[in-house]
Design a protein around this ligand. Structure first.
Ligand code: PCD
Ligand SMILES: [Cu+]
Length: 806
């Protein structure tokens, strides 16, 4: 029968638009037509609006709060302060990192922009006027914005903590110290470094920055007092966790709380944590009996919701004369701001920073991270890098460059010499990780070849000569990076958030006519899950992805999951989807066997059907099987076709990539121009190449922003200097170069479809590639290291200090 030819099989496979298909994003129809449903699009009858009175000071005692003028303003319903929250025990809340944080300032403020009072009014405009009418008296206290100074200072930032008592990550050695966290063999590492022929040492600062999603954070709480039900809409990257936390904090039973994440306009880690605004909107709704909305403006967002990075990393790396790396030592001073509100799996106060041995086979390593309090905003979120992985990648990729200088060796060659070899996977790293799979040499050679690396080096050498002869004022930098990511948190045995193991889930319901609805514990913020998860299932169960609805983000309907961040959706929920699909297929096989009157073992799966082995013309399609499951009484088989899977991954996945940035730098103006950017990513099995390409473009552009200008900067008084988009660099199409993308495909051996995450890779690999290009341009003139972000002024200063301005 013609139906069974290989061409026919390919045609049927094509119709599914499954794995590997560049399927167009189904969510874009509504996004491009302004029909998205974001938090600020939701308006409920009688809804009030809440806004914060924020501290102008970075450190001050509050002597009085007078809300009478604000309360007298028509349209103002309530003004909440810490005193109002205290009886409910909600004036402080736990953070994700085992610390606690003020919901509203309790006696003092610890950073500029801190929430002091919550004004609830008829609408946003009245609320804003009322905010100005609340009179707060402050008594200024000394401000500390430097973590090194903080750990020496007599000034006590956190008066609520017993200085002698340990924190949730062990002993604290100073009243402004949060934790010391160590990994690896310290003695062996020091010994290896001291006895090595070549040692390079550098202080690498990864500055404070901010995810700054287009849509700011917000929530709407609606307390239905008649039925005792609380509904909470919000910009939540982890809706189920928010439900659990809301239940624990409020005492409302969890089944009476419904959390809904509607469309989210970018998360980038900013929407993982729990913010005072969420808590205040809930309390205000309980107090007023009306729904209460809170939505940040841009300044609120940049000032008060979670920052990222702010890591001072002191690296020491050693090698033989020939360039074999012998050891890596790293000490980090981590600036956490006023409260430790880092979003990391509980047991990892510095996230997965200990992936900092990178792509290299380093025999011994040791890292220590000291957390410090300062008068800056709390946070410490991933910002497109799972849990401090971008910091780790930046540190090792800068250290490799510095070591190459020390050795007088080509940095590409030094990398290749030390890569973990293909035959070493699964690879046990010195800091305790088991890398699942990789083929670094192949990716590296492809990248070098694609950009004509040797040719570029010759051009660069000629350029340096021309510069020295005074024929040009432009230098050429070649920024190399080979990164290894660790994504897919994670195995429940060592990863949890507030005690919730980091599994994820998928539930499938096949309808009688052969279409389906799928629900997952994750939540898309722009990644395109509605498109891609349907593709995984299309290939697993043989129903076209166009006939599969994917729903996420409503805790009343979706199975419990830990949410979307750390590029974990594909490694964890994607695996759950494949496993749930396989359960469907197992039941479908029983039904097909009954219908075809053969034994189950005599059937084989063929794209979208079960066919009798050796008699392919006898088959039942998935659509036929679905119908039968609802209309036939099959002995021993329950009616219906549904499955649920909760997936606990056995390991993380380790995507990797080889990036090369070619940059021209104008020595006199400090301006840069990116001539070429080549990004090769390996994320294992690729679900949707077009979505992956979009992810890579987006992530690279965020990396460009961070490396070349974006920062959250404070002055010595703790005033934030970059709280608007006038000062906080957001690249537009003008600054963004054209990217060339490429890939290799090394499947994860433990993931059911071999896929690894990809969303964060381009940021993790991109930042060092841009930064290394800047440094490489000046290598011939003696530059070892300079601090990011490499804005025009800083680049100019580097050139100046190297004496290049004559
Ligand atoms: N192999 C593969 C992988 C992947 N994929 C695709 O791609 C995406 C992604 O994925 P992943 O990697 O898994 O991830 P997810 O989990 O989903 O997501 C997350 C991420 O994602 C990214 N991207 C993005 N995009 C958009 N648009 N938006 C947003 O917001 C965002 N964010 C960012 C971030 S930052 Mo964090 O949160 O920081 O931690 S993390 C993150 C999706 O769609 C998927 O399906 C494919 O296809 N294939
Ligand atoms: Cu991170």
């Amino acid at each position: 029968m013609n139906d069974m030819t290989p061409e026919d099989r390919e045609e049927r496979r094509g119709k599914l638009k499954g794995l590997g298909h560049a399927r167009r994003r189904v969510e874009d129809a509504r996004f491009t037509q302004g029909k998205g449903n974001y938090i600020d699009d939701i308006n409920l009858p009688g809804m009030l609006f809440g806004d914060f009175v924020r501290s102008p000071h970075a450190h001050a005692r509050i002597t009085s709060i007078d809300a009478s003028a604000a309360l007298a303003l028509p349209g103002v319903v309530a003004v909440l302060t810490a005193d109002d929250l205290r009886p409910l025990d909600l004036h402080w809340m736990p953070t994700l990192a085992g610390d606690k944080q003020m919901v509203l300032a309790d006696g003092k403020v610890l950073f500029q922009g801190q929430e002091v009072a919550f004004v609830v009014a008829r609408d946003r405009y009245v609320a804003a006027d009322a905010v100005d009418l609340v009179e707060v008296e402050y008594e200024e206290l000394p401000v500390i914005t430097d973590p090194f100074e903080s750990l020496q200072s007599d000034v006590v930032l956190r008066e609520d903590l017993d200085p002698e008592a340990p924190g949730s990550h062990g002993p604290r050695r100073h009243h402004n110290h949060i934790f010391l966290w160590e990994e690896g063999d310290k003695a062996a590492t020091e010994q290896a470094i001291e006895s090595s022929e070549v040692v390079a040492e550098e202080m690498i600062y990864y500055h404070r920055t901010h995810p700054c999603p287009l849509e700011t954070c917000g929530s709407i709480a609606s307390m239905d007092k008649v039925n005792g039900k609380l509904t909470l809409w919000g910009t939540f990257q982890a809706p189920h966790v928010v439900r659990t936390v809301a239940s624990i904090l409020s005492g409302i039973e969890e089944h009476n709380i419904r959390v809904i994440s509607p469309d989210i306009g970018g998360g980038f880690g900013n929407k993982v944590g729990v913010y005072p605004g969420y808590v205040c909107s809930i309390v205000a709704s309980i107090v007023t009996g009306s729904p209460v909305k809170w939505v940040e403006d841009r300044m609120d967002n940049l000032m008060a919701t979670a920052f990222a990075r702010d890591y001072w990393m002191k690296g020491r790396i050693s090698a033989t004369r020939e360039g074999r790396i012998t050891g890596l030592h790293c000490h980090v001073t981590a600036d956490h701001g006023a409260f430790d509100a880092c979003a990391d799996p509980t047991k990892f106060p510095a996230g997965f920073f200990h992936i900092c041995t990178g792509s290299y086979d380093i025999p011994v390593a040791y890292v220590a991270v000291d957390g410090a309090y300062t008068n800056k905003a709390p946070g410490g979120v991933a910002y497109r890098c799972s849990f401090r992985v971008t910091e780790a990648a930046y540190m090792i990729e800068r250290m490799i460059e510095v070591l190459a200088i020390e050795l007088g060796m080509d940095a590409a060659e030094l990398r290749a010499k030390n890569f973990i070899r293909k035959d070493q996977f699964p690879y046990q790293s010195a800091l305790g990780w088991e890398y699942d799979s990789g083929d670094y040499h192949t990716a590296w050679e492809m990248a070098l070849k694609a950009v004509d690396y040797q040719g570029l080096r010759r051009e660069q050498a000629a350029r340096v000569e021309a510069f020295r002869r005074g024929e040009t004022r432009k230098l050429l930098g070649i920024g190399l990076t080979h990164f290894t990511e660790i994504v897919g948190a994670g195995p429940v045995k060592n990863c949890d958030i507030l005690g919730m193991g980091m599994f994820d889930s998928c539930e499938i319901r096949i309808h009688p006519t052969g279409s389906a609805i799928v629900r997952l514990g994750t939540i898309s913020q722009g990644q395109g899950h509605a498109t891609t998860f349907a593709q995984i299932l299309a290939s697993e169960i043989g129903i076209p992805s166009d006939s599969i609805t994917v729903e996420e983000g409503d805790t009343d309907t979706a199975p419990y999951g830990l949410g979307t961040y750390g590029s974990r959706s594909t490694p964890v929920a994607g695996a759950a989807a494949a496993m749930a699909g396989r359960k469907i297929r197992a039941k479908a096989q029983m039904i097909a066997a009954y219908l075809l009157e053969v034994h189950e073992d005599d059937l084989e799966w063929d794209v979208d059907r079960f066919a009798v082995k050796g008699a392919p013309e006898r088959f039942k399609t998935m659509a036929e099987i679905a119908f039968a499951s609802y209309n036939q009484a099959i002995p021993g088989v329950e009616p219906g076709l549904e499955a649920v899977s909760y997936y606990d991954p056995p390991n993380m996945t380790y995507p990797f990539g080889a990036y090369i940035c070619v940059m021209e730098i104008d020595v006199d103006t400090g301006e840069h121009e990116i001539r070429q950017f080549y990004a090769l990513d390996d994320c294992g099995t690729r679900i949707n190449p077009m979505v992956i390409e979009g992810q890579v473009h987006g992530g690279l552009t965020e990396a460009l922003a961070i490396a070349m200008g974006q920062e959250i900067a404070y002055d010595d008084l703790g005033n934030i200097k970059t709280a608007t988009l006038m000062d906080f660099f957001m690249p537009t199409s003008w600054e963004t170069p054209t990217y060339t993308t490429a890939f290799t495909e090394t499947p994860s051996p433990h993931h059911p479809i071999g896929a690894k995450g990809v969303g964060e890779s381009p940021n993790v690999g991109g930042v060092p590639a841009f930064s290394n290009a800047v440094h490489d341009a000046f290598r011939a003139f003696g530059l070892r290291h300079s601090h990011m972000p490499h804005d025009h002024w800083r680049i100019w200063k580097v050139a100046h200090e190297l004496g290049l301005h004559g």
